[in-house]
Design a protein around this ligand. Structure first.
Ligand code: 5RP
Length: 219
């Protein structure tokens, strides 16, 4: 098996384990990315009576093609469960997300859920987070925000579905809580991709043929 096939297999088994957590009657947040693209068919096969919100137009389209009911995230004010991938996860549960530029919606959906479950292959766990940290910036005042933060590069990608400009913060990341606080307190910065452990309930990591279960704050 090639390394890429092995990674896909790990994503698949992590996604299956997460789909097993979904029960009839639940409201479910669907993340974004290649790992989530394994989750959606797993979920569809179970034919659960669920209501979902999606963190990106891509996920919403894929889910609807599989007859998964996706609603706008406007009036729903709590979710039973959110399931999403990650770019990195540390042993104590810090995440860097936003490789796919969906971190603003992903964080809002994760914080709305009673349980936030991360699914990943075995390349995602890291001892220490490595930058850069994805960011979404307001177009209004962009020059000012870039000058104040100083360490941001902009990605050559379309704006987010909410009109935000996507970039990456290359500044210090020795203490993720301090970096998260700096970014959160910067006017003009809409959201960043650092997710603290208290947001994460559980991680399901595919390793070879088995799924490693890590539990964090609220489980
Ligand atoms: C998108 C994300 C993704 O969850 C993250 O990039 C992981 O993606 P993949 O499952 O493709 O490795 O944060 O903004």
């Amino acid at each position: 098996m090639t390394a890429s096939n092995q990674r896909d297999r790990e994503k698949q088994i992590a996604a299956e384990a997460a789909a097993d957590l979904v029960e009839d009657g639940m409201t479910v947040g669907l993340g974004t990315g290649s790992t989530v693209s394994f989750l959606l068919p797993s979920l569809a096969r179970r034919h659960r009576a669920i209501r979902c919100v999606a963190t990106s137009p891509r996920t919403a389209d894929l889910a609807r093609q599989l007859n998964i009911d996706v609603e706008p995230f406007t009036t729903i004010d709590r979710l039973d469960l959110a399931i999403d991938g990650t770019d990195q996860i540390t042993p104590d549960g810090w995440l860097i997300k936003g490789g796919g530029a969906a971190h603003t919606r992903e964080k809002l959906v994760a914080i709305t859920a009673d349980r936030f479950v991360v699914i990943a292959d075995s390349t995602k766990p890291v001892e220490l987070l490595r930058g850069p940290v994805p960011v979404e910036l307001l177009a209004f005042g962009l020059g000012s925000t870039l000058r104040r933060l100083n360490d941001i590069t902009l990605r050559e990608v379309p704006s987010s579905p909410d009109g935000g400009v996507i970039g990456d913060y290359h500044g210090p990341l020795v203490n993720p809580r301090e970096t998260a606080s700096l970014l959160s307190n910067t006017p003009g910065l809409i959201e960043h991709g650092l997710f603290p452990p208290e947001m994460v309930t559980m991680a399901l990591i595919g390793r070879g043929d088995r799924v490693e279960v890590m539990t964090y704050s609220s489980e």
